[in-house]
Design a protein around this ligand. Structure first.
Ligand code: GDP
Length: 195
């Protein structure tokens, strides 16, 4: 999709604030600092539309980005940030869980995982959770420019093994710096949203 028009619609704290226009929604999750804002900005060809968080864990609400009046990206709160309290963490978890399990418009989840490392326990929990609810998942390994291309396949294998990756899902190696994987991410989104 060639994106020209993006609207930051809202930061929603409660369900009552979610959009009502029934467009398909693609949720994006990942631990803080994984590169979620950078991915969103790359997908919509903006330098800093989605907030690139200088402070990890800052995004604590669902952010809805309306793209070309065709779909929403829904940026869900970053998880796994050690410095927030247990109570806060539980609250984020609840927002994400309620959204993903009750929202009819969600067509899939983009789960971002740092491509340089093994998935964290939180990454695994997120994937297991999505699979439990039959949500189609695109796993995006981020920051792949930091790894030599000869190691990409090996890294993909490590991540898939740790996640017990389901072959119905897709995996993309991505770099916000070089744009690698961007087209594949868009293809998956368009397929999920039937656009
Ligand atoms: P968020 O907290 O998940 O939204 O993460 P950000 O998008 O703010 O990125 C966190 C940090 O990682 C920032 O310093 C980004 O510049 C950096 N970063 C994100 N994506 C990439 C990437 O693909 N390659 C490299 N080299 N750095 C990245």
């Amino acid at each position: 999709m060639k994106v020209q028009e993006v609207e930051m619609v809202m930061s929603a704290v409660s369900e009552a604030q979610y959009p009502t226009d029934q467009l398909p929604e693609i949720a994006l999750s990942g631990r803080s600092n994984v590169g979620k804002s950078s991915l969103i900005n790359k997908l919509i060809n903006r330098k800093s539309y989605a907030r690139t968080s200088s402070k990890p864990g800052k995004t604590q609400t669902l952010n809805f980005y309306k793209v070309e009046s065709q779909l929403y990206f829904v940026d869900v709160p970053g998880y796994g940030y050690a410095k927030v309290s247990k109570k806060q963490r539980e609250k984020f978890g609840q927002i994400i869980e309620t959204y993903l399990t009750t929202r009819q418009n969600v067509r899939g989840l983009i789960s971002l995982i740092d491509g340089r490392h093994e998935p964290t326990e939180d990454d695994v929990a997120m994937y297991v959770f999505a699979k439990y609810y039959d949500l189609p998942v695109l796993v995006v390994a981020t920051k792949m420019d930091k790894i030599s291309k000869s190691k990409w396949n090996r890294q993909e294998k490590i991540i898939k093994e740790k996640l017990d990756f389901n072959p119905v899902d897709k995996f993309v190696s991505f770099s916000a710096l070089t744009g690698a994987g961007k087209e594949q991410v868009w293809e998956w989104i368009e397929r999920q949203c039937e656009i």
